[in-house]
Design a protein around this ligand. Sequence first.
Ligand code: HEM
Length: 218
Amino acid sequence: MINVSTSAVAEIEDYRGTKTLPAGHRVALSQRLRSETSELHREIEARLGFPDSIRDLAAYRSCLVSYYRLYSPIESCLAAFPDWDGNGIGLRERLQGPRLLRDLEALDVAAASCKAAGGEWVPLVPDFAHALGVFYVLEGSTLGAQYILRRLREALGNQIDGADAFFRGHGAASGTMWNTAKRAIDSYGEKHPESCDSVIQGACSMFGAVGRWMTRPE
Ligand code: HEM
């Protein structure tokens, strides 16, 4: 689903050392994240099979429960880092746990019945750089979610009225929110070139965690 433009591919080939980059040129971290996780994105898209795998309201509810059980411990872990504001990211307004909770309430699911995923399912986040990689995946996934929601609406209609905040993501503010996030990520990458690989690693483990958890046998 992600189209990496020809020029981006050329730059990544450069980055990987196929050609020599102009002195002082560094690929923006958000661009590296996009390119270096595009295969993982393709895999997770196929593995989850949204929206076709969500055929009715029961499947929709169970999908939201699963997301809530995984995202709440991950987001608590991210929120424990004090570095967000200083790096230009308002984490609180972006958290998906509260939106999931609202949707679940609208679907009559008690939050207390949703046990958080155990530590073995949650990606390792040893430092802020890894946390930023996890954040990239969480934020980026809100882009695809809007496309998924349009298709879910076709299948489920008004059954999900009042319970679609998670898939709506940032709604009309999506473009602005995504650009702000990417600018903050790029600026972190410029200030901390030595930590960029850890950011990528954090993003890769987040893709792995979501794929494993969402397709686990119950
Ligand atoms: C399962 C079905 C999925 C579909 C159909 C889908 C679709 C999409 C689409 C269309 C975009 C690009 C949106 C745009 O550029 O405006 C996108 C971006 C993205 N998605 Fe997904 N997605 C899916 C699942 C996921 C999942 C489960 C995750 C991770 C938890 C995820 C993470 C991302 C990220 C990080 C981006 C941003 C890529 C970038 O531009 O850097 N996606 N997705």
